[in-house]
Design a protein around this ligand. Structure first.
Ligand code: AMP
Length: 546
């Protein structure tokens, strides 16, 4: 027997209508590339999103067609998020930090007819345009007076397009499985692949993000969105903040610690989301300027951190300097992205501060709506005992079923599990501890050594800014760990001091065979250590037999 409840499609337009009706005055604050503050609100953003929908219609962009952005976090980018998706088109957020060849590949692969770009990307647009004959229009996100002098065909002004369009527009109703956004994985090997989200997956994901053991969002929050709108739907914040009517603070391109601190203080931010490198720099700034700053003015309570592992030292510093809880999250572009979050359980009420940090350094536990397991090489499930290491597999309502245009072939096994390529343990409470990427694991004498764990411990050394561990060949043990260290500015750590620091914290057989000091470490376009490059450069070193 079927239930007798209404069945309304889960559409992003529901979120936008809701927030525009009941939280119209709630602010959307942005800082533009010149540092000028712009204040808008959900009511205005929603109206301008409707103007944009009419403008897209006038440009002849059909439902289902992909519209690209090359843009920082700003109110205009948010309007495009809403206007494009709610009107039935697909928003393709392009990561401007990718290489030129990758940018050309993905804009072409997505068949983008129009690209909305921030004027400071004009030089990049000039380089891309000759290779992208399919792009009919490049729309600069500015007013007519600020139009860049870019030599590209089909250059248009966003504000002029909006001014010419009406704000009268009824969002169309359609199947909730309709595509809404498209993000390409940065992929260190091969071409980037597109992940195509649906309205249904996005709304369900936003519900989970809002939950108290999720990102715990509410109408009383002011959220600093450091994570770029072009990276994995900015962890759902454009949607989940609208779902609960939280204020959004969009920092534009300036992500230096001083700018972040200023926004947190001025805009009364209670929550903020970004990758660990951002927080590392931010905390160093707070520590060095403690005397000058009035920390009591900060209302920050919770910081979401994901993308790479949050080091223990970062978690402790947030607690000790600012009384802030770092909520460690794990996910992937392929999983919308949120899958696990490090919210405490009631048993942690009686835990010591160190035990709480032990919990926080893990990547969190799964939220409802997705399922997670560790599996062996044959795909068989392994015990969740906190010790057994296997590949992390995931399935659920906001997990990929296949890449855009079928690239990469079948991605799920017969039971619908998606292999993440991450290696981890899951403990009996469900907390995940990532140990490596499958392709980065170090196999020494048949046992696995976790590069992530050694890296995390190394950055707890007072003179280490960042660390990377890769495998080097060894005549007896097949592989051994090599530690690469970028010292903190003005410090000169020695190999001995680093190894001594590690020796009390990790098993003897995990100790790196070699430590090399470097000026900087290479990163991908999404801020992850580029280990392929490190392996190319240093992986040929042969560890000393012994
Ligand atoms: P992306 O699709 O660019 O978001 O990258 C997803 C990958 O980032 C995951 O498969 C992990 O390897 C890594 N990652 C994400 N969150 C974390 C985390 N909290 N700790 C360690 N690695 C992470």
């Amino acid at each position: 027997m079927l239930g007798l409840m209404q069945n309304r499609p889960l559409l992003i337009s529901n979120l936008v209508d809701y927030v525009a009706t009941w939280h119209a005055e709630t602010e959307i604050v942005s800082r533009d590339p010149r540092g000028v503050m712009h204040r808008s609100n959900y009511g205005e953003v929603a109206l301008r999103a409707k103007r944009l929908a009419n403008a897209l219609e006038a440009l002849g962009i059909k439902p289902g067609e992909r519209v690209a952005t090359l843009a920082w976090n700003s109110w205009r980018h948010l309007e495009i998020y809403y206007g494009v998706t709610c009107s039935g088109r697909v928003l393709h957020t392009v990561n401007p930090r990718l290489f030129k060849e990758q940018l050309i590949y993905i804009i072409d692969h997505a068949e983008n007819g129009y690209v909305f770009f921030d004027p400071d990307f004009a030089p990049l647009v000039e380089q891309l345009a000759p290779h992208l004959p399919r792009v009919a229009g490049w729309i600069a996100l500015c007013e007519e007076k600020d139009m860049p002098a870019a030599k590209v065909e089909g250059l248009k002004c966003y504000e002029t397009l909006l001014a010419q369009a009406s704000s009268e527009y009824d969002w169309p109703q359609f199947d909730e499985n309709t595509a809404c956004t498209l993000c390409y994985t940065s992929g260190t090997t091969g071409n980037p692949k597109g992940v195509l989200y649906s309205h249904r997956s996005t709304v369900l994901h936003a519900f989970a993000a809002c939950a108290v053991d999720g990102l715990a969002l509410s109408a009383r929050d002011s959220i600093l969105v450091v994570v770029p709108l072009f990276h994995a739907n900015a962890w759902s914040l454009p949607f989940s903040a609208a779902m609960c009517g939280a204020k959004l603070v969009l920092p534009g391109p300036r992500l230096d610690p001083e700018s972040i601190y200023m926004l947190l203080e001025q805009e009364g931010c209670t929550k903020a989301g970004g990758i660990p490198t951002i927080w590392l720099n931010f905390l160093a700034y707070v520590e060095n300027n403690r005397e000058k700053l009035d920390l009591t003015k900060l209302k920050l309570k919770l910081v979401f951190s994901g993308g790479t592992a949050a080091p223990r030292a970062t978690i402790e510093k947030f607690r000790d300097l600012l009384g802030v809880f770092l909520l460690h999250a794990w996910g992937m572009t392929e999983t919308s992205p949120i899958v696990t979050l490090g919210a405490p359980l009631s048993k942690h009420d009686s835990a010591t501060p160190d035990e709480i940090v032990d919990m926080q350094v893990r990547q969190g536990r799964q939220i409802f709506g997705v399922e997670l397991r560790v599996a062996d090489e044959k795909g068989e499930p392994l015990p969740c005992d906190g010790k057994t290491v296997g590949q992390l597999k995931v399935r659920g309502n906001w997990v990929i079923s296949g890449y855009f245009k079928g690239e990469g072939g079948k991605v799920m096994d017969d039971d619908g599990w998606f292999g993440t390529g991450d290696v981890a343990t899951i403990n009996p409470d469900g907390y995940v501890q990532l140990t490596d990427r499958l392709k980065d694991v170090i196999k020494s004498g048949g046992e696995w050594i976790s590069s992530i764990e050694i890296e995390n411990l190394a950055v707890s050394h007072p003179e280490v800014f960042e660390a990377a561990v890769i495998a080097i060949p060894h005549p007896t043990w097949q592989e051994r760990p090599l530690l690469l260290v970028q010292p903190k500015p003005g410090t000169h750590p020695t190999k001995e001091s680093i190894l001594e620091f590690l020796s009390t914290r990790i098993a003897k057989w995990w100790m790196p065979d070699e430590v090399i000091f470097v000026e900087s470490l290479p990163h991908t376009a999404t801020g992850k250590l580029l280990k392929t490059e490190l392996r190319k450069k240093y992986g040929g070193q042969l560890a000393v037999a012994g």
